[in-house]
Structures are given as C-alpha cells and as structure tokens.
Design a binder for this molecule. Structure first.
Ligand code: MLT
Length: 411
C-alpha cells in the first residue's frame, strides 16, 4: 500500500493564494458584472521590457539554427548570467561572490521551499510572524512541525512576532533558540525593510548560535535608499552563516518566465551528527543536479538582458512605476484615516484593519463593498491578524480607482 506523507494533513487549508483565488472566483461567478480590481497576489502587470523581449527573440532564433541550438544547459546556470549577477548584483555593492556559489533556478519560491531538504529533520525552525507561507508549509510537509494550535501556530516552530513596535522586523531570539531562521527583506507581507544594524544583529546571533539564516531578498530591487542593504552579504560575517535568494520575478516581470538564483557561499556549513562540517553548497549542488535541469536558455538570456544598459533603465522604470503605485496607496489610504505601513522600499502596503478587526471579514467587505481584492494578514500567520496586504502591482488607473473605492466605502 502506498502510504501518504501524513505531515501534509497538518496543513491548515489550501495554499493561501489559490484559496483567495477560489473565493474571488466564486464571488465573480455570483456577480458576473462585478469589475474586480486585483491587489491580492503580488503578480506583476507591466509588459516585459523591450530589451528583454529582444534578448528572448534573439535567443529563440539562435535555438532555431543548426549552429545556435542548445540542449540541456549547465544546471547551475550559464556563465554569461552568473557573471552578470556577480558583477551587477554583488560587485557593485562591494560584495565578492564566486561563480560556483551561485545557483540559477526557476524561482525563489521553489528555492526557499526546497532549501530545507538539505537540512536535518530535527533542525529547529524560526520564522517571523506574519511570514511568506512557503517557509512554514514546506517545513510542515517535511515533518519539522507538530499540529497547529487554535491560532494556527505549528508546534515546534518558533514564531517571532513582527509588530508595529519592532518596525515589523523582529530581533533575534535567545542565543541557540533555533537552528535555522527565515528572514525576508524587503519584507513580504509587511513591506518593512531591515537596516544594516538590524541585519547585523541577526548575523551576530547566527554566528553565536551556529545557526543558518535563509535570507529571501526577492524584493531587493524595490529598495529606494542606497544606504539600506540589498544583500545580507553586505553584513560582515554573513558569508559564514547565510544563504540568499534573489529573483527576477518582481524586479523585471519574470513571474511567467521564471528565473531566480540562490547564493550559498562555500564557508556556510552545517554539521553531521558526528560533528563533521559539510559545505551546504555541496549538498545544494547535489540536489540541484539531481532534481533540476536548468532554466531554459532564452529565459537566461532575457535575465542577462536585465543587466544591460537598456535593460537596467527599462526595468528600473518599471520598479519606479510600481513604487509610485505604492506611494499613492500609502498616501491615499493614509489621508482617508487608515493606518498604513510598508510601501516605501517594497511593493506591499500593510494596512491596519479598522479596529484591528478580522482580516478575513475585511477581505469579504472589501470584495463585496468595493470589488477590490487584497490579502488578509491572518493568511500570513497569527500575528498578521488585524492587518491586510495590498499589492502595488497594477495599472495606475486601477490603483487610483481602488483607492477611490476603498476610501469611499470605508473612509
Ligand atoms: C505574493 O503575493 O506573496 C507573491 O506573489 C508570492 C510569490 O512570489 O510566490
């Protein structure tokens, strides 16, 4: 008999975004004339930048020629992309990353979900709360958590509340309280961003605790202040205790194309039960080579084009466009009396639900009253209750309309 992995049965409900999609579809079926504005899932809406389209086309033409055709690519990414990443995402920030420390993949969602596979089942996991659900769900699937309590906190996972009082970026717990911590900055869902000082406290904690930091920097391109760290490797010591994930999804419109990368410096190690230190890059490389067959060549050429002079200019304009949407949401809703956070270095607005009420009830009210779709804070963890996430990914006209509808319904 094929027994199932019963850890899956501990998962509370469906994955957050399909669950929202299901509720929205059933509303749309019942109200076919409703003109819905979708500010829920953080999916980009602007078309691919022309420099990227040109690179994609040229790569497809190459693939269609006898000389240019390519089959399986190198599983960790083509040198042209790896070198562009090293030069532009790291060297320009005075960080040196070796080519064999970069693993190109088809998404940070996958990488941040899969990284736990190379860690021992007994590793104690810490997450900020609210949190991107992938970090928690994948550890539950792997058996690192007990049943959820009444508020949805899984047993055995350490939840660190991200609150208004700590700027939605908690400090480390007691030394040794966890073996692995997941951090995300700029943060999904709260839109907060970690300063170098805040990240420094985490690096210090991880080194003292012999712990691993899984740092999700998928939204790094949205940071507006050059003094804020874009990479955890801007913090000395992080190259010994942190792995980092970056993505082309939001910075360059790749949610449908799929390209991202994970950095694992050689000095980042984990221990065997006998105390031997094993470089995590070695295990990740083994996993990648076994389970993955590289991002398609044309997609990697498009990702390379993100770093060309035109590609940089065009993708920066897109980021600026979304950040202007974020500013309008923040200021428009703030002026109407909502308490709003985030949206300054991230494409997410974290809104306090009036009277800190139920975020799912607010989701329903917003959907039914204003035909605006957002994401209930409770979907990201118990400490997200009383908050609501709005994404800045939409056209200017739709964002302005959403502000108008929300403020006239709730202002
Ligand atoms: C979100 O809305 O949180 C993101 O789209 C999730 C993701 O990038 O997977």
């Amino acid at each position: 008999m094929a027994h199932v992995n019963e850890h899956y049965l501990k998962l509370a409900a469906g994955y957050l975004f399909p669950e929202i999609g299901r509720r929205v579809s059933s509303y749309a079926e019942a109200q076919p004339d409703a003109d819905l504005i979708r500010l829920g899932i953080g999916d980009v809406t602007e078309p691919l930048a022309p420099a990227l389209v040109a690179a994609l086309r040229a790569a497809c033409d190459e693939m269609g020629s006898a000389e240019g055709f390519r089959g399986y690519g190198p599983e960790n990414g083509y040198d042209f992309l790896v070198d562009a990443i090293r030069e532009h995402d790291y060297r320009e920030r005075c960080v040196e990353i070796a080519a064999d420390e970069i693993f190109v993949s088809d998404g940070s969602k996958q990488d941040s979900g899969n990284i736990q596979e190379i860690l021992a089942p007994e590793c104690r996991i810490a997450v900020t709360d609210p949190v991107y659900p992938v970090y928690v769900d994948t550890n539950v699937m792997a058996g690192r958590a007990g049943a959820p309590d009444d508020e949805g906190r899984y047993g055995g996972i350490l939840y660190l509340p991200a609150t208004e009082a700590n700027g939605f970026f908690p400090d480390p717990p007691a030394q040794g309280a966890a073996d692995v911590v997941y951090l995300c900055s700029p943060n999904n869902p709260t839109g907060s961003v970690a300063s170098a000082t805040a990240l420094g406290r985490w690096v210090e904690w991880a080194l003292a605790s012999d712990a691993l930091v899984v740092f999700d920097a998928a939204y790094a391109a949205f940071i507006q202040d050059p003094a804020l760290p874009r990479s955890i490797y801007e913090i000395p010591g992080a190259e010994r205790c942190a792995v980092e994930m970056r993505s082309f999804s939001k910075r360059a419109g790749f949610t449908g194309l799929r390209c991202a990368y994970t950095v694992i410096p050689k000095a980042v190690t984990g221990a065997t039960s006998s105390g031997e230190r094993i470089p995590l890059a070695r295990l990740w490389n083994r996993r990648h080579a076994t389970k993955f067959n590289a991002v398609p060549y044309p997609i990697q050429r498009a990702a390379e084009a993100v770093f060309s002079p035109e590609g940089r200019k065009q993708t920066r304009e897109q980021v600026a466009f979304y950040m202007e949407n974020a500013r309008l949401l923040r200021e428009g809703l703030g002026a109407a009396g909502f308490r709003v956070f985030g949206g300054e270095h991230a494409p997410y607005i974290w809104l306090e639900v009036p009277e800190r009420g139920s975020s799912w009830a607010f989701f329903d009210r917003l959907l039914e009253g204003a035909q605006v779709v957002g994401t209930p804070g409770a979907g990201f963890g118990p400490a997200g209750e009383g908050y609501f996430r709005l994404s800045a990914f939409n056209s200017r006209a739709r964002v302005e309309d959403a502000i108008h509808r929300i403020t006239t319904n709730f202002g």
